[in-house]
Write a protein of this length. Structure first.
Length: 612
């Protein structure tokens, strides 16, 4: 007879062996690793009965979801999170409220549930699985796409909605009055406030002190401590552990240790997330499904269909195109992992019976297992003629002197010069249409997201002498620069800057070379205009070079003194611009603000430094 320790080792070997066999096989068959992990869990647990305590393992494996949300938080700076506020609190709240109400109505009228039970079950099933949805998004490279951001916004609000759903338990319970809803909410707010304060005043200084010691293993331990500590704090406050880890990640998103933290946590995230999917398969209660198979068979497609229809319509109302709305709707129809906790709590409060709670848990588990199938069905409903599917990432033959990220107009002109000079160039871009169009002109471009380290590795960044970042979006460019500098500190970065403010930001990061995308074209345009008005080529060139030098001098001053410094370097003689007024308003009195602006000799670039 094996001791308990030996028994645990055998269980670990069975789980690892099943995952090693099933995940690559299902990936090869095009079914995805998630379904492979689920199949491994179902085979080891409910079918072969080699492991019987799947539910206990599931609680432990939820750390995979915690680590996943922490990594996502690290990639979301507060400014980016703020940009998603309309999707989070608009689309997200609408999805939870309307889906919950519709599911409650269906439970009351179709299943004959009591009002209280129908309300609680409806809003419990309105939540989706963060683990399954985000894993599918990452597998398909959709995290940074529009539909991926919409999906994440809905999932984030669902995590916030856990507090009020838990808070209504006392109101719906027939038992004696329990903890008040206001206490739940106050506790959650206090915990979030404590986490924010700690993140701002304690966590960064702690990492700075540990970093100075040079003890790598202590940094890993500190990263795990922060993730688990923040997760546990919010769990005790009634929120999800994943929400705590996510907030901690966001607070560290602008830390200089962000990339090191991500590298430290990434292996744990991958292992525990795979373990979570295996544990879901292990915890599938086949006896409940076999006993109540007709109820599960009816309930799962009904509640998944209701969520699909409502989510699709809401995405369309919030101005998503058809394809994005379909992707979001068929990605989020399953029940969420927090439903296991919700339905257990409802059973303890006598809102629902323990038998019904078991049926609901089984239905949620089955809906999770059907997620890959749901996504596959959604893909068949896309408008292929209007939006072709993205090509597969294939970097066979990649690797050159220059790795170019982004192949829009700026990158195309740059690539022509490099290729004409006999330089080898590897180009990656995320636009399938641009890749196909470039292929017709003889360019070889690889499909890939430059914000992902694995893509940069596959594209040959370690062989490249120069990394040319030519992406159009300012935020995307900055993310790539930060990633390259953190992971490949010896790489020479040549970067396309969006505007003056972006140029200053890139110089502060110490890139090898940056160029504003409109600077050279604007100087040439001005030169040709001067020549057309009678100036000689020599004079026009001299004036343009003087403006170029003054612009460069001003950038140096702004690096030291701030964006509004260096106005005295703009012109080599006093200039008073004429007011830009409509002809009908000429001769009329100007308002005081406009008059003051003209008297001060200000120009548009001074007032809005980011404009070019």
């Amino acid at each position: 007879m094996l001791e308990d320790g030996g028994h645990l080792y055998i269980q670990a070997l069975l789980i690892l062996g099943g995952a090693i066999l099933a995940a690559p096989l299902f990936k090869k068959l095009g079914l995805g690793t998630v379904l492979g992990y689920l199949a491994a869990g179902i085979t080891i647990g409910p079918v072969a009965r080699l492991i019987s305590d799947g539910e206990e393992l599931l609680h432990f494996a939820e750390l995979g979801v915690v680590f996943l949300l922490f990594v996502i938080g690290l990639e979301l700076k507060p400014s980016r999170l703020w940009a998603l506020r309309h999707a989070i609190f608009g689309l997200g709240s609408a999805q939870v409220l309307i889906s919950g109400a519709a599911l409650a109505y269906a439970g009351f009228h179709l299943a004959g549930l009591s009002v209280n039970a129908a309300i609680f079950i409806g809003y419990g099933l309105a939540l989706s699985s963060t683990a399954f949805a985000m894993q599918v998004l990452q597998d398909r490279g959709g995290t940074n796409q529009q539909y991926g951001q919409r999906s994440f916004s809905i999932l984030l609000f669902q995590d916030l909605a856990i507090v009020p759903i838990l808070a209504i338990i006392p109101a719906l319970s027939p038992l004696e009055e329990q903890t008040s809803a206001s206490f739940h909410i106050a506790t959650a707010i206090a915990a979030i406030t404590a986490l924010v304060v700690a993140g701002r005043y304690l966590i960064n200084p702690m990492f700075r002190i540990i970093g100075n010691t040079g003890a790598r293993e202590v940094m890993v331990a500190a990263a795990l401590f922060i993730v688990l500590g923040s997760a546990m704090l919010l769990q005790y406050a009634g929120l999800s552990m994943a929400m705590g880890a996510f907030i901690a990640g966001v607070l560290l998103a602008e830390s200089s240790y962000r990339h090191e933290l991500e590298a430290d946590i990434e292996p744990f995230r991958g292992i525990f997330l795979g373990l979570f999917f295996v544990a879901v398969g292990l915890s599938l209660n086949l006896s409940v499904i076999m006993t109540h198979w007709h109820a599960v068979l009816i309930a799962v497609p009904i509640f998944m269909s209701i969520k699909v229809v409502i989510t699709y319509l809401l995405c369309r109302i919030f101005r998503s195109n058809h394809n994005d709305a379909v992707r979001v709707a068929f990605l989020l129809p399953q029940g969420g992992e927090f439903a296991f906790v919700l339905f257990s709590a409802a059973s303890a409060a006598a809102i629902i019976t323990s038998a019904l709670a078991s049926e609901l848990v089984a239905a949620v588990t089955v809906s999770m297992a059907l997620t890959p199938l749901s996504v596959a069905i959604g893909n068949r409903l896309l408008f292929k003629d209007k939006e072709q599917a993205a090509p597969e990432e294939d970097f066979n033959g990649a690797g050159a002197d220059i790795l170019m990220i982004g192949f829009s107009r700026f990158g195309q002109i740059t690539a022509q010069i490099l290729l004409a000079g006999g330089v080898s160039v590897t180009v990656i871009d995320t636009s399938a249409d641009r890749i196909r169009a470039a292929g017709r002109f003889g360019f070889r471009i690889y499909y890939g997201d430059g914000t992902r380290k694995d893509v940069l590795e596959a594209a040959g960044i370690r062989q490249a002498k120069i990394v040319a970042v030519c992406t159009q979006n300012k935020e995307t460019t900055s993310r790539i620069v930060e990633l390259v500098q953190a992971s490949y500190p010896d790489a020479k970065l040549f970067v396309r800057a969006y505007d003056r403010e972006h140029s200053l930001e890139l110089r502060a990061h110490g890139v090898e070379y940056e160029l504003r995308e409109t600077l050279e074209s604007g100087l040439m345009f001005g030169r040709k205009a001067l020549e057309a008005l009678g100036s000689s080529e020599t004079t026009a060139f001299s004036i343009a070079e003087d403006v170029r030098q003054r612009d460069e001098d001003r950038l140096h001053v702004q690096m030291a003194e701030g964006i509004l410094a260096g106005r005295h370097l703009l012109f080599n003689k006093p200039v008073t611009p004429e007011p830009l007024l409509k002809p009908a308003r000429q001769g009329k009195a100007l308002d005081k603000a406009t008059k003051d602006q003209i008297d001060a000799g200000e120009e548009m670039d001074i007032q809005t430094p980011a404009a070019e």
